[in-house]
Design a protein around this ligand. Structure first.
Ligand code: CA
Length: 456
């Protein structure tokens, strides 16, 4: 299917205007392992609230994010577009003076679009879309924010400084010292937001930094998890359980304020669990191959829930869906469109999830990390092709081999050719990364220093 164009969204408007607009809640976890929630099959971490949300909603079993690490996935979710179209392919460095390192101002965010539709828009949690004031949530369509503006944050209150993980929190553009365990603060903020705005349509982007490193949880919560022997996993498990409890508090508030039925909720992780170069770490992405940073399934396939009791029957949905669909889905349900004249890639998932449309939302999905010539993946039907730099392409049949263990490239050269050609065609609509990730910068600095030392 060709990417959804503006015209397709415009034609939805007449039918939607007659409907009551749903509230929209997007919950994002950070660096969560594929198999680290109860409803995904996890046995040693208890997530009763997310399990209940899964049981009452639609679990998308082929749910993806647009990137194997943090900020580019968020850029796609915010814009409804492949982030490669506007150069947001790396994590921005924490550079408050840089007008380059962040979500380009040329892009319209989901909050911009929903605000135009009369939504009250709020952000609670990790931002990671640029440090310069021009990239601040209040400049990107949000009416309110309570944010950790960088790519991560310490979890316990401590002395603040100018380093990314020790910054003061930001409430509506004003610095505020951290007062409690961070996941609890974001949960409390979300609960207050949905209560404060009950009665008018609202959009809340609740982006927990949990369970991203640093692995920090209250001692008493860790102590409850003596069944887990690995100390890092025990800590990580406590962080997930606290996130789950906070999601439970927000859902309870939606129930008590009678908003639950008409609230469209999404839950995803922004990428797979980190393996840190090992086969196994404190996260568990099984049965998938690889983890954060990889374009094999472990980097980009994530737990993916959609819940909207007024519209969606509980169940599972098995066609591939991806983070930038959240943008298109939310805006279509708000009765709106995005009038920027720019190509949108996301699909409105609701007619697919209700069964009204039997076709897959996307014929083909693409991933690229590291810029042109870097790591690529493409999925078409059940075929998945992976190409890592100059290495030969790998081909997998995900229907029978979700773990990507059996490379069929030599047996199916015609499919390899078709998918390689699809990447080349897609890539014509992309640009090179506009800024580098901090890690690339560090590597480049080390390489330059090395070269200088070796020079005669
Ligand atoms: Ca992440």
């Amino acid at each position: 299917m060709k990417p959804i164009l503006i015209a397709a969204l415009v034609c939805l408007i007449p039918t939607l205007r007659a409907q009551t607009k749903p509230n929209i809640l997007i919950i994002v976890a950070d660096d969560l392992g594929y198999n680290d929630l109860g409803f995904q099959g996890c046995k040693d971490i208890a997530t009763p609230h997310l399990d209940k949300l899964a049981a009452q909603g639609v679990r998308c079993t082929n749910g993806y994010v647009n990137h194997p690490f943090c900020s580019p996935t968020r850029a796609a979710l915010m814009t409804g577009r492949y982030q490669h179209r506007f150069g947001h392919e790396n994590n921005p460095q924490w550079l408050p003076a840089s007008t380059r390192d962040g979500l380009p101002l040329s892009e319209t965010t989901i909050a911009d679009a929903l605000r135009k539709q009369g939504y009250k828009t709020g952000h609670a949690g990790k931002w990671h879309l640029g440090a310069h004031p021009q990239f601040h949530p209040l400049k990107r369509g949000f009416d309110e924010c309570f944010a950790a503006l960088g790519g991560g944050h310490q979890y316990f209150p401590a002395a603040h400084n100018k380093s990314e993980y020790n910054l003061p929190l930001d409430r509506n553009g004003i610095e505020e010292p951290q007062k409690a365990y961070l996941t609890d603060q974001f949960g409390d903020e979300a609960r207050a937001f949905v209560e404060r705005h009950a009665g008018s349509p609202w959009f809340l982007y609740l982006a927990f930094n949990a369970p991203h490193t640093p692995l920090q949880a209250p001692r008493e919560e860790i102590a409850k998890l003596s069944r887990i022997t690995d100390p890092q996993r025990r800590n990580y498990a406590a962080m997930i359980q606290i996130m789950d409890a906070n999601i439970g508090k927000v859902l309870a508030k939606l129930d008590s304020t009678k908003q639950r039925d008409n609230t469209l909720i999404f839950f995803i992780s922004d990428n797979g669990g980190p393996l840190n170069g090992k086969d196994k770490s404190w996260t568990d992405n099984s049965p998938l191959r690889g983890g954060k940073g990889d374009v094999h399934e472990g980097g980009v396939r994530v737990p993916f829930l959609v819940s909207w009791p007024a519209k969606l029957k509980p169940g599972t949905y098995n066609q591939p869906v991806i983070a930038h669909d959240l943008h298109a889905t939310a805006i279509a349900q708000s009765g709106g469109t995005v009038s920027t004249g720019r190509q949108l890639d996301g699909a409105n998932l609701i007619p697919h999830l209700t069964g009204e449309r039997g076709t897959a939302p996307h014929e083909t999905l693409f991933w690229r990390a590291g810029g042109p010539g870097g790591k690529y993946a493409v999925r078409q039907g059940n075929w998945k092709l992976v190409r890592l730099g100059k290495q030969p392409a790998e081909l997998y049949d995900l229907a029978s081999d979700i773990a990507e263990t059996k490379n069929l490239a030599a047996e199916k050269p015609e499919i390899v050719g078709r998918l390689v050609a699809a990447i080349a065609e897609w890539e014509k609509g992309t640009v090179a990364p506009a800024f580098d990730s901090p890690r690339y910068q560090q590597r480049k600095k080390a390489a330059d220093a090395n070269a200088k030392a070796k020079a005669p």
